[in-house]
Design a protein around this ligand. Structure first.
Ligand code: SF4
Length: 713
């Protein structure tokens, strides 16, 4: 009698798409694919998956994969090479460029899709051993205004609450967030709370999305006026029973100045409504709901962050929660919804140009601390270029060498046409990628490295609620595909730094990262996972999802912070920050519209993975521009026609969708299409390179643009 066939083992891992960080159970089918299910034990999703997560099994396979290193030869052509040849070329070109131009001529552009261990390796090599802090990431485009706002308000980059608070809130405010499409599993939690406990939903967004359509109160405010609205709310709260004088007195500073500044621009509901382009009765209802509801969570995402005044918007929101003491308590708090799966993990290891690892900055004491921990010979001592500035510096010829890992800047960065030109002018352009062809790969990299993809990667990620989860491999790495940390270590060895990069695997890197987080910390920094410093290989393999801080002796992690103060400022008090006075964003002739860009429900970033699943493409098959009916009619535009959208920086040809949910004078277009998957649908080419002066995050929500019927040449 034959022995029964063993069922294939399932592997618990984490979805590679958005910052919700859903747990996934993958069961390999033995033919390179896998059955994908939601992990019922993962606290982020409790078994749920959205359409993108559920279709992950359809995106596996080798069809478009880069499987071998490629090096550009003297004849200008890319040719297959060995890993030794590729890494030798990178190391020798880096050495040559640093010798001739200094370390500031070298930069890294990373991705919120990288695992924490890969991010750590890149930051250590660049900031400790090459001597450059020109290390930024596509997460700069996603949440850096929230980071800057948190640091100004809390003294640290800390999200105070948990997803559980969404289940326990009586009022959820979503501002600048199409949660139903962009964080669908969290939106389902919110819907559940509405059914179970009658939670009210307020949605604040210039555009009436599927999220706004579900709201008890929808506030279609004018672009860029969120800080005004929350300033008006602060004034209202200060004279209401919701004001928590004891909390403000014990745990904060700067309230009087912030209130005075708020009164100057938004003294009452009527003035606030006028400034924000809203009905007075709606603003009054919003103020009343916030005042009456102790259990209030305010979630914010790209509509707040991707703005020239994004950091001020964040602080205006934080101010209202600080004034009411509604922070770090069950069902209460401000909540930044991160776009990317590992935007937070990247920050933990210093993945921004203005950070060092373990949430340290560039103060002399912190630079020295990291230098000593790493034994670093060439420690960067000053902040580097943030993303938009970095590519401008490349365009000016100041940066000569760039290593891009797991992202597609030729599509996603503002002024994407200028980014393409900049990439093509580099002396050394290294691209670590999963796929053979995308718009960035078309910009003549000198070396292409085949990186491990989801399903092959092994490491950790951190989601929007500070929860560290494992991404575990469940497929063999094909051909010559290798992890990113391994390639970085190979270059470090060739440059003579091998002694500091003696990692055998991701567990070694994670232990080092954990030890650094506790190194001379003493409770002065929020990020501390020193409980993991001595983890065994097996314990690393088995890490259950856990929220940091995880200091020594508290392996269960931390669900909430700041209910009793304890902020990470020198005096342990939070800061009220007065936003600068601003008016609504305005279009400028000859560009009469404001172009807002964003995501759609079933695609992720530049579609290199989601584009492989036919059922995801069926939702919205082509790039489009949404236009208000009163804007479309005078131009003779109707749904289904083609229109040309132009800005001072580029053009795109998009299918018209006439949409009454669009605010008049504004356009919306999705970010996902590129030259690789559509001829003219790449909207990054249109977006201006205006950035928030504090965070450096680009404003992707209000580019002056023009619209006209498309006339085929
Ligand atoms: Fe993945 Fe986000 Fe969908 Fe969860 S909500 S399955 S993390 S894309």
């Amino acid at each position: 009698m034959n022995a029964p066939l063993a069922s294939p083992p399932s592997v618990k891992t984490t979805c590679p798409y958005c910052g919700v960080g859903c747990g996934v159970k993958a069961t390999p089918d033995g033919r390179g694919g896998a059955l994908i299910e939601g992990d019922h034990d993962h606290p982020a999703n409790l078994g749920r998956l959205c359409s993108k997560g559920a279709a992950l099994g359809e995106t596996l396979g080798l069809g478009t994969r880069l499987l071998h290193p490629m090096v550009r030869g003297a004849d200008g052509a890319l040719a297959r090479a060995t890993w030794d040849e590729a890494l030798d070329r990178i190391a020798s070109d880096l050495r040559d460029i640093i010798d001739r131009h200094g370390p500031q001529a070298v930069a890294f552009y990373l991705s919120g899709q990288l695992l924490t261990e890969d991010y750590y390796a890149a930051n250590k090599l660049a900031k400790g051993f090459l001597g450059t802090a020109n290390v930024d990431t596509n997460s700069r485009l996603c949440m850096s205004s929230s980071v800057a706002g948190h640091k100004r308000g809390f003294g640290s980059d800390t999200v105070p609450g948990s997803y559980e608070d969404l289940d326990r809130a009586d009022l959820i405010i979503l501002t600048g967030s199409n949660t139903a499409w962009c964080h669908p599993v969290l939106f389902r939690r919110m819907e559940q709370a509405r059914k179970a406990r009658g939670t009210k939903l307020v949605v604040i967004d210039p555009r009436r999305t599927d999220t706004g359509a579900e709201a008890d109160l929808f506030l279609p405010l004018a672009h860029g006026t969120d800080a005004l609205l929350f300033s008006g709310l602060l004034v209202h709260l200060a004279q209401s029973p919701a004001f928590d004088a004891a909390y403000v007195e014990a745990h904060t500073t700067g309230f009087a100045e912030a209130l005075e500044a708020a009164r100057a621009v938004a003294p009452d509901a009527e003035t606030t409504a006028r400034a924000c382009g809203l009905a007075v009765k709606d603003v009054e209802r919003f103020f009343a709901l916030f005042t009456e509801t102790a259990r209030t969570v305010t979630c914010y995402s790209q509509g707040v962050n991707q703005s020239a005044v994004g950091t001020d918007k964040v602080n205006a929101i934080l101010n209202c929660h600080l004034a009411t003491g509604r922070i770090g308590r069950e069902g209460m708090g401000p909540f930044s919804l991160t776009g990317q799966p590992n935007a937070m993990g990247g920050r933990e290891v210093g993945g921004l140009a203005n950070q060092l690892a373990a949430h340290m900055g560039f103060s002399p004491a912190e630079v020295d601390r990291v230098r000593r921990f790493w034994g670093a010979p060439h420690m960067a001592e000053h902040e580097g270029h943030k993303a938009v500035d970095m590519f401008a510096a490349i365009g000016r010829g100041e940066i000569k060498a760039l290593w891009v890992m797991g992202t597609n800047p030729a599509v996603s960065l503002p002024q994407a046409d200028a980014v393409r030109t900049a990439l093509e002018g580099l002396e050394l352009f290294v691209l670590s990628e999963n796929v053979v062809a995308n718009d960035t790969a078309a910009c003549r990299p000198h070396v292409m490295l085949p990186a491990a993809a989801w399903g092959e990667k092994d490491g950790t990620v951190t989601n929007s609620e500070r929860r560290i989860s494992r991404q575990r491999p469940f497929l063999p790495r094909p051909a010559e595909v290798r992890p990113d940390w391994w390639a970085l270590k190979g270059v470090a060895e060739r440059l003579g730094f091998g002694a500091a990069f003696q990692w055998r695997g991701p567990a070694d890197i994670f232990r080092e990262h954990a030890a650094l987080s506790g190194f001379e910390n003493g409770g002065t920094r929020d990020f501390d996972i020193s409980a993991f410093g001595g983890l065994s290989e097996t314990a690393y393999e088995d890490i259950a999802p856990v929220q940091w801080p995880v200091p020594a002796g508290r392996v269960e992690g931390t669900a909430r912070l700041f209910a009793e103060g304890g902020y990470f400022t020198p005096d342990r008090r939070a800061r009220f920050v007065a936003p600068r006075p601003v008016a609504a964003a305005e279009s400028t002739p000859p560009f009469p519209f404001l172009l807002n860009t964003g995501r759609i429900r079933d695609q992720w970033h530049t579609m290199t993975r989601t584009g492989l699943a036919p059922r995801l493409g069926a939702h919205i098959p082509a790039p489009f521009v949404a236009v208000h009916p009163d804007d479309a009619a005078p131009l003779g535009l109707a749904t289904g026609m083609l229109a040309e959208v132009t800005s001072a920086h580029g053009r795109a040809v998009l299918e018209v969708v006439v949409d009454a949910g669009q605010r008049q004078g504004t356009l919306f277009a999705p970010i996902h299409w590129s030259h690789a998957n559509s001829s003219d649908g790449r909207v990054g080419a249109l977006v201006h390179a205006v950035t928030d002066p504090v965070s450096g995050q680009p404003d992707a929500k209000a580019t002056p643009a023009a619209l006209a019927p498309y006339a085929a040449p």
